[in-house]
Design a protein around this ligand. Structure first.
Ligand SMILES: [Zn+2]
Length: 92
């Protein structure tokens, strides 16, 4: 899905989400029903979630030069037990 922006002379710019490549040159304004022309805008790349963007960049970088693990990753830090009885419980 892609976001397309249209400009209504009465209401101003408005956005519609449509499948990519299906946007028409003009649509009816959802507010007033007037004719709205499509506007060409920059892709909305800044709307992507930061974590998703980081993962996608990492995936793209790994296509040509895969990441190689050269060392054992550090062990996860275990939180200290708040209840002293937890210390006596068996560990996996
Ligand atoms: Zn309008």
């Amino acid at each position: 899905m892609a976001r397309y922006q249209y400009l209504c002379r009465e209401c101003g710019p408005w956005i519609v989400v449509l499948p990519m490549g299906t946007a028409e040159a003009a649509r009816r304004c959802p507010a007033c029903g007037g004719r709205s022309k499509r506007q060409w805008t920059a892709p909305s790349l800044n709307l992507m979630d930061r974590r998703l963007g980081r993962l996608r960049r990492r995936e793209e970088a790994g296509r040509d030069v895969p990441e190689v693990t050269t060392a054992v990753p550090p062990a996860a830090r275990r939180r200290p037990a708040t209840d002293p009885r937890h210390v006596t419980l068996p560990r996996p």
